[in-house]
Design a protein around this ligand. Structure first.
Ligand code: ACO
Length: 437
């Protein structure tokens, strides 16, 4: 292999050892962050593919939406730091930013909010869909099914090549996913569904649909509504993570956006991704007391044991996840508002963080708390059952998914996603009749 990569353009020439076959691979710069080698011609010119299981070294697309510098713990949406957005913005403003590329002016903000809030109700027949689920179904299972079923209800916005259809589908998804999430919860506890109220803010309306009952008035605590809104902001997008890549891959085939978001929800469900916040709380409950932290850490460090310190580590962040810091602050605010002076779970988590961050195993591997380490504690304090944690993540991430999907569909160079493989199975052989096996 010859050639010196530069960061601002340039190329690298790769020669296949023992042959005279070579290819010059251009280096494409991003606006910030590492450049990438454009290897699209590699197979044609050299007859080889690249090998990158888990895609740790592969950029699958161009994107202008989110930038992460994992080494220093930076997260930007359309250039704006997450800390500023979490402090000064609202979830719907961030949604506008992610979808359309700019912070809305007053008129755009009002129009966008009205557009989303007008779509909060679901088709009345969709309600009956819930009756097919067992009451004890995991709400993520219900979310996968019902969000996927949206494509059977909203035929009038399924033409992915029509910008107006894409716009309406985006509004429908951002508006209706919280309604479906609240319905999944109400169904699981046997309470009647609560219709959305469009006079309330986005997070406020969600808390209303979750907690109100038809029999009595319900007032949403504004501090909790603001905390919920901030949690939604923190989870809104995170560039090409597993679920977003799933949405892009599904969308690359031309599948409709409702089906693509359902695929994203399925991908988010796993404990290595969105399911981690639920897993963190289970882990803390099992550990139970500060005295048990050190022995527990020994088990996650043991290579013969598959246990992991949930809420720690990240594929991209090799430093503190900036969202985890904000989440920890929010946690204190919410507990104060709820009059919870001492939360043993929070104390345990903070102690655990302290011990882990001074342990060489975690230090050497650059394993820091991720967004999920504290989110479970705050959500539990707000009264959400653990089974709903990943659902809340899905509600927020719907904005990122649909923004990434829209960006992909609007990219003229977009083509179907189709990774390759190194085949390691049997070479060609003849079929063996049953009596000779
Ligand atoms: N606990 C203990 N050891 C860990 C952890 C952990 N949480 N995370 C990584 N490691 C170790 C690995 O065993 C490996 O050690 P080794 O080099 O001795 O083999 C090393 O750190 C590197 O880990 P990888 O598995 O290569 O890291 P990867 O990028 O593939 O995984 C992941 C990232 C899945 C997030 C991982 O850190 C993990 O499982 N964390 C716990 C689950 C979690 O919190 N997920 C939420 C992620 S954030 C989100 O989705 C919102």
């Amino acid at each position: 292999m010859t050639g010196t990569p530069t960061t601002g353009g340039g190329s690298i020439t790769i020669t296949l050892d023992g042959t005279n076959r070579k290819v010059t691979v251009p280096l494409l710069p991003g606006s910030i962050g590492p450049s990438v080698f454009d290897i699209r011609k590699l197979y044609n010119d050299l007859g080889v593919f690249t090998y990158d299981p888990g895609y740790g070294g592969t950029a699958a697309c161009d994107s202008k939406i989110t930038y992460i510098d994992g080494d220093i713990g930076v997260l930007l949406h359309r250039g704006y730091p997450i800390e500023q957005l979490a402090e000064k913005s609202t979830f719907l403003e961030v949604a506008h930013l992610l979808l359309n590329g700019n912070l809305p002016n007053a008129r755009e903000k009002a129009e966008f909010e009205a557009g989303v809030l007008r779509h909060t109700m679901v088709h009345e027949q969709l309600r009956r869909f819930f009756d097919g689920f067992r009451r004890d179904a995991h709400p993520m299972a219900v979310m996968c099914g019902v969000v996927g079923a949206m494509s059977a209800f909203y035929h009038d916005s399924l033409d992915i090549n029509d910008p107006e259809h894409r716009r309406i589908s985006a509004f429908r998804l951002i508006a209706k996913v919280p309604t479906i999430a609240a319905m999944a919860y109400k169904y699981s506890i046997g309470q009647p569904f609560v219709y959305p109220r469009n006079d309330l803010g986005y997070a406020e309306n969600f808390l209303y649909m979750m907690n109100a009952v038809p029999a009595e008035p319900y007032h949403v605590n504004p501090v909790l509504a603001r905390a919920m809104d901030r949690i939604f902001i923190l989870h809104a997008d995170h560039e090409q993570n597993a679920s977003t890549s799933t949405v892009r891959l599904a969308g690359s085939t031309g599948a409709n956006p409702f089906a693509c978001i359902a695929a994203g929800i399925a991908s988010l469900w796993g404990p290595a991704h969105g399911g981690a916040n639920e897993a963190v709380l289970k882990m803390l409950a099992e550990i139970g007391h500060v005295d048990n932290v050190k022995p527990f850490l020994e088990t996650v460090k043991d290579k013969n044991n598959h246990a992991r310190l949930m809420g720690f580590g990240h594929r991209v962040y090799k430093n503190y996840d900036p969202r985890a810091k904000i989440m920890q602050q929010s946690c204190h605010e919410v507990l104060r508002e709820l009059g919870i002076k001492d939360d043993p779970m929070l104390d345990l988590a903070m102690e655990m963080e302290k011990i882990a961050l001074s342990d060489p195993y975690f230090v050497e591997r650059k394993l820091y708390p991720n967004v999920d380490f504290y989110s479970g504690i705050i959500l539990k304090a707000m009264g959400f059952p653990t089974s709903m944690f990943t659902v809340l993540f899905a509600v927020a991430r719907t904005v990122g998914w649909i923004s990434q999907w829209k960006e992909m569909i609007e990219d003229p160079s977009q083509r179907i996603g189709r990774p390759r493989q190194v085949y390691t199975g049997p070479t060609q052989r003849d079929y063996v009749p049953l009596d000779q096996r």
